[in-house]
Design a protein around this ligand. Structure first.
Ligand code: IMP
Ligand code: MG
Length: 173
């Protein structure tokens, strides 16, 4: 059966908000180089759009962790499957993630990365689902708060599908 996707946040709304976030980063990190750490694969679309709009110097690296597998319910287990290529000691790091849900992934990442002595470490996510939080996470910035629905698009997948949708949608039914 073909799933129906309805638009929750349009492409224009997403892109306008990302532009605002880039502007805030420009101001907050003026005079510095910001090191964006993208969490694969969900953050990739967001990270690219954000990085293109930041005008201060940007470097980037990626890591891969998973707590979901191909299911829509969290297993509660966080697995590091690809580490960063570069050292982050002394750098101004921003973790870039698609969505903050239970908080398990990001709390694990903050613990793992702060042990590597970055100069600063902050988190930004495109989406935040506050109703689902199990572990508190301190967000520097988020694009949008979303209700407790399973969302796809702009990097977010359902069993690896729909990442390429240029908007945030919900699967109906
Ligand atoms: P957390 O560890 O429970 O906060 O889960 C974070 C990860 O779960 C994100 O990086 C997403 O990959 C995935 N996730 C959580 N909610 C959704 C959703 O609504 N759609 C797609 N992926 C989701
Ligand atoms: Mg993910």
């Amino acid at each position: 059966m073909k799933e129906q996707i309805s638009v929750l946040i349009s492409k224009d709304e997403v892109e306008e908000r990302i532009a605002q976030m880039a502007e805030e980063i420009d101001k907050a990190y003026a005079g510095k180089t910001v090191h964006l750490v993208g969490i694969l694969k969900g953050s990739v679309f967001f990270l690219c759009e954000l990085a293109k709009r930041i005008t201060i110097p940007v470097t980037m690296d990626f890591m891969s962790v998973s707590s979901y597998g191909d299911k829509t319910v969290s297993s509660g287990v966080v697995k590091l499957s690809k580490d960063l290529d570069e050292n982050i000691e002394g750098r101004d790091v921003i973790i870039v993630e698609d969505i903050l849900d239970s908080g398990r992934t990001l709390s694990y990442l903050v613990e793992a990365l702060s042990a590597r002595k970055p100069e600063s470490l902050k988190i930004i996510t495109l989406l935040d689902k506050p109703e689902r939080r199990v572990i508190p996470v301190d967000l520097y910035m988020t694009g949008f708060q979303v209700p407790d629905r399973f969302v796809v698009g702009y990097g977010l997948d359902c069993a690896q599908k729909y990442r390429n949708l240029p908007y945030i949608g919900v699967i109906e039914g």
